[in-house]
Write a protein that binds this ligand. Structure first.
Ligand SMILES: [Zn+2]
Length: 438
């Protein structure tokens, strides 16, 4: 079977081939389909065969009897867009009416969502002998474009699709890297990155993650018709880092803003993140025998060094203002930020600067430069310092002021919603034991 024919097979369901088209799928009868057909130029014969074919697909047919329809059934095609395809070519290749297509493209909504096709997109077309009855295109997990024949013409609308949210839990233990642990726990990179972001104010994920650390995460999975579509948000998470336990629970306030809090309603979010670099696959590897590789020791070393590849983005650890941007002796290309509370942070050995000039305001997470090896550095790394009132402090352990905790009614509501999630997280130990037994 060559690729050009196989690629348009539906993902599931019975497949029969006829010379005139690539794929024929017998549809199940639905009230709406019948109503649609009834409003259309239609013979009894088609209605009849439609009903017959529906019966044959709803029950497994005896193996010896071939019940392939003798007359044109109404068919559903799944057209998967390949590079170079256009709607026109897809319609021609599958003998669908290009006149119908032209008419459909007169509709603003249809044109808006069909004009651009990307490889991998799927169009689901229901047709009767090439005449379009319905055309669907999923726009995202929750919405789709639906074009339907409506009397002599067509109508198009964007409709919301039902989605089922399942709350699930995963747990992992780190042996070599957080990514590997995530993989073993069967959660995606995106999800573990979300977890790392939630704890970024308490844990230095670039340097302080070690073998034996454990995590648990309660999150949403999005499903439809028994198919998993993707992951929703993290509802609660727990991280055991070098014996210290951190717990975060999502809470949606009265204004529908959601953020994460500790079990007693203190915000996870703080004025500074621990590490001014994103934890990535590249920087995540660590050597258990040498957890704190010091790449160079400039004079009395008063900062933290982060081994990272040249060009890795360096991010402002907190909101502030650029008070130095330039060459600074052994530090090479350097940025210094002034923050509230008389705190300054310094970022050295940069290969180049980000877009923020001297005097600019920056927000936590803004890219202010890129890792390099300028100045007295033997290999690319970031040298990071945190000073309060001019005194060097260890940015990984300094106590950071919390934002406003939850109080009163909000705290009561939070406690009620947190309770079942905390119970769920308690299952971490037994889940890890079960993982190991597998
Ligand atoms: Zn250093």
């Amino acid at each position: 079977m060559d690729e050009s024919t196989s690629r348009r097979e539906p993902k599931n369901g019975p497949v029969a081939r006829t010379p005139s088209r690539l794929v024929s799928v017998l549809m199940g009868v639905t009230a709406s389909a019948v109503a649609l057909v009834a409003g259309y130029q239609l013979t009894n014969q088609i209605t009849e065969s439609f009903r017959v074919s529906a019966t044959t697909t709803s029950r497994p047919a005896p193996p010896s009897v071939d019940l392939a329809p003798a007359v044109d059934p109404i068919e559903e095609l799944q057209l998967e867009v390949q590079s170079g395809d256009t709607l026109d070519s897809l319609f021609r290749d599958t003998s669908l009416s290009t006149l119908d297509l032209a008419e459909i493209m007169q509709l603003d909504v249809a044109r808006k969502y069909l004009r651009v096709l990307r490889p991998g997109d799927v169009l689901v077309v229901r047709h009767d002998g090439g005449q379009i009855l319905q055309l669907d295109r999923e726009l995202d997990i929750r919405t789709k474009l639906e074009v339907q024949r409506d009397g002599a013409g067509f109508q198009a609308s964007v409709i919301e699709m039902p989605i089922e949210s399942r709350i699930v839990m995963a747990a992992g233990q780190i042996r070599s890297s957080l990514f590997e642990a995530a993989q073993e726990a069967r959660i995606s990179e995106k999800l573990i990155m979300n977890v790392a972001q939630i704890f970024a104010y308490d844990i230095d994920f670039v340097r302080d993650i070690g073998a034996g650390d454990e995590f648990a995460v309660v999150y949403e999975e999005l499903w439809r018709d028994g198919v998993k579509l993707g992951e929703g948000g993290v509802l609660a998470a727990e991280f055991m880092n070098r014996g210290a336990r951190f717990t975060a629970i999502r809470y949606q306030d009265a204004d529908d803003r959601s953020s994460y809090y500790t079990h007693d309603g203190q915000p996870m979010r703080k004025a500074f993140v621990r590490a001014p670099l994103s934890f990535t696959r590249i920087s995540s590897g660590f050597n258990p025998a040498r957890r704190h590789p010091i790449l160079n020791s400039i004079r009395a070393h008063q900062g933290v060094d982060y081994a990272a590849p040249k060009g890795a983005p360096v991010k402002a650890s907190g909101d502030g203002r650029v008070i130095f941007r330039g060459w600074k002796g052994g530090y090479g290309n350097t940025i210094i930020l002034q923050h509230g509370g008389n705190v300054t942070t310094l970022y050295g050995h940069l290969s180049k600067f980000g877009g923020r000039g001297y005097g600019s305001r920056v927000q936590q997470g803004d890219v202010i430069g890129y890792v390099g090896a300028t100045g007295l550095a033997t290999a690319p790394h970031l040298h990071y310092e945190y000073r309060k009132n001019g005194v060097h402090l260890d940015p990984r352990t300094v106590i950071l002021p919390n934002a406003e905790p939850l109080r009163g009614q909000a705290l009561t509501a939070f406690r009620a919603s947190a309770e079942p999630l905390l119970q769920r997280l308690e299952g971490r130990t037994s889940m890890l034991a079960a993982n190991r037994a597998q």
